[in-house]
Ligand binder design. Structure first.
Ligand code: PEP
Ligand code: MG
Length: 588
């Protein structure tokens, strides 16, 4: 018998995995008061001490499994938890509670946790206030050990496991990848969340938004994750398993066959050259980008530098990271996006801006808004980008522009950084082109004004769709409304492309829509010629481009856009978006 739960497909290129479930508990178990008689105190103390030792051993074992070349922040993240697990406030005080209050170890630990968290909450320093998450992480680890869930896990390898969790942060996703997991399933989250984008980019099959998954899946159970269809199958019969094993093999062969396109031109059948660039974020993306022969990097997300840190990176760290990318890409142009912290990229931003994260982070102080408000955070990055421009072709790209004055303010800051570097005699190379992401409807409607001020424009459809359709990209409850083919989204994309053409400013697209072959005929027909996507999608996109006729598509898409007010057109577009079935322009 095969039991199936469905969630949201995140559409990885290697979308299927088969493996055993490993349930990742994250503080979801309620601890209730439990009291013991005086005679049981020594045993209870002993039980608590053993749980602490197990938690420490487990953490050490995770740390030992991390490869040497892993980003130092991942290791620092684990080291912080190790320090907390050795802190007397966490490991000695509960023993006092057990002795004085005659309570069970779980409740003693919970009392101490509540006290520590209250202390953190009362702190002036916003950064210290947010450290309570680390305390919770360490506490959860001990609580799990008390529940004896991790005793067998201690020596367990996560290699090849299917991780099941309530939710995963982007930092967890990176860590999981280093631990060699096969796939993950989460109860919440959306396909455009940063966690899902990272999973796609890392080639981890995943299904997100599987409500109550933890009720249906159990530790150790053999499970199939179909990341393309958004399905999780348990208790699969032999027929189903062999069907999926066959699909995994077909995927592998397909990936191998795509390799033949490396070095082949990206041109439509009517001879239109299409620029295909990569979105990068992690150090490992550099090799992938070079190997597939991308024309450039259309989006370098720099937030990764902020993962699990106690303090922001300084100018030198920014510079060294960008230098690694520029040198590693060996002459391929790199578009460095300035910090887009906040909203779905809550790395360091909750330290900077804890209030915003509890209100409405997607509409809050994120990206360029945060950077202009915190020049001490932004200047080091701007200076580092200018410095790295002496070593190769780079461009600066600003996320989440909404007002023209943001561009003016940014340009003034860049000029100030340039002058100060020149005064210091630091080499800064050629002037760096400055571009902006159009990902807010207000900016799309005013795209002409932005085009006049910028050297290039990139359409960020992940956010443009979120803001146009008023749906939080990380909220699985409204994910069914996420629709790249909504008539309003199409109109806005067309407006941006037209504005670029009017002002002769190149327009690219770097949202997930750009890497999805389903939307290629439409985007080519609209006039888009530059696409940037996760490296794993590039060859598939190139393959599709080589089968399309851009001239024919242009006529078909103009006709389609002229009918956007027709109910049938809207219904048809919505059908395509949701079923991912054939594109009308191709079939007509
Ligand atoms: C976008 O919004 O489309 C985009 C590419 O940026 P991010 O996903 O990093 O917000
Ligand atoms: Mg964005």
């Amino acid at each position: 018998m095969t039991i199936c739960c469905t969630g949201i497909a995140i559409g990885t290129t290697r979308g299927i995995a088969i493996g055993e479930v490993h349930l990742l508990q994250r503080g979801c178990v309620e601890i209730t008061p439990r009291f013991i008689d005086a005679a049981s105190i020594p045993d209870e103390v002993d039980r608590f001490c053993q749980a602490v030792s197990i938690a420490r051993r487990q953490l050490r074992s995770v740390r030992n499994k991390i490869p040497n070349n892993t980003h130092s922040d991942i290791v620092a993240f684990i080291d912080t938890h190790m320090l907390i697990l050795n802190d007397a406030a966490l490991v000695e005080m509960p023993i006092e509670h057990i002795k004085e209050k005659c309570c069970g170890a779980e409740w003693a630990l919970q009392l101490q946790r509540d006290m520590l968290v209250q202390m953190f909450d009362e702190m002036e320093d916003t950064y210290l206030r947010t450290r309570k998450d680390d305390v919770d992480h360490a506490v959860n680890q001990i609580q799990q050990a008390l529940r004896q869930e991790v005793e067998e896990e201690e020596n367990e390898d996560l290699q090849g496991k299917i991780i099941l969790a309530q939710d995963l942060t982007p930092a967890d996703t990176i860590l999981m990848r280093h631990l060699g997991i096969a796939a993950f399933v989460t109860e919440s989250g959306g396909p455009m969340s940063h966690t899902a984008i990272l999973a796609r980019s890392l080639g981890i099959p995943a299904v997100v938004g599987v409500h109550h998954a933890t009720r249906h899946l159990h530790n150790g159970e053999l499970t199939i994750v179909d990341g393309e269809k958004g399905m999780v199958l348990v208790a699969a019969d032999e027929g189903t398993l062999s069907h999926y094993r066959h699909r995994i093999e077909v995927e592998r062969q397909h990936a191998r066959s795509l390799q033949r396109l490396i070095g082949e031109p990206s041109v439509t059948i009517d001879g239109t050259a299409i620029c295909l660039m990569a979105n990068i974020e992690l150090p490992e993306d550099i090799d992938a980008t070079r190997e597939i022969g991308a024309d450039g990097v259309g989006l370098y997300r720099t937030e990764y530098l902020f993962v699990n840190r106690n303090s922001p990176p300084d100018e030198e760290e920014h510079y060294q990271a960008y230098l690694r990318v520029v040198e590693g890409l060996d002459g391929i142009p790199v578009t460095i996006r300035t910090l887009d912290l906040g909203a779905d990229k809550q790395f360091y931003s909750s330290h900077l801006n804890p209030e915003s994260s509890v209100c409405n982070p997607a509409l809050g102080l994120r990206a360029i808004r945060l950077c202009l408000k915190k020049p001490e955070l932004f200047y080091p990055q701007l200076r580092a980008i200018l410095r790295v421009a002496a070593h190769g072709p780079v461009r600066i790209m600003i996320p989440m522009l909404c007002n023209l004055w943001e561009v003016y303010q940014l340009k003034a800051m860049i000029e100030e950084a340039r002058m100060s570097l020149t005064r210091q005699g630091v080499s800064i190379g050629e002037p760096v082109p400055i571009g902006g992401m159009i990902e807010v409807p207000a900016a799309a409607l005013a795209a002409g004004a932005f085009a006049k001020e910028l050297d290039f424009i990139s359409i960020g459809t992940n956010d443009l769709i979120q803001y146009t359709l008023a749906i939080d990209r990380v909220d699985d409850e409204v994910n069914y409304l996420y629709d790249p083919l909504h008539p309003s989204v199409l109109r806005l994309i067309k407006m941006i492309l037209d504005a670029g053409e009017r002002h002769q400013v190149p327009v690219s697209m770097c949202g997930e829509m750009a890497g999805d072959p389903l939307f290629l005929p439409l985007l080519l027909g609209m006039g888009l010629r530059e696409f940037s996507m996760q490296p794993g999608a590039l060859l598939e996109v190139k393959k599709t481009i080589r089968t399309l006729d851009s001239e024919k598509l242009s006529g078909q898409v103009s006709h389609l856009l002229s009918r956007l007010d027709d109910a049938e057109t809207a219904v048809e577009l919505s059908r395509i978006s949701h079923t991912r079935n054939s594109w009308p322009a191709q079939s007509s």
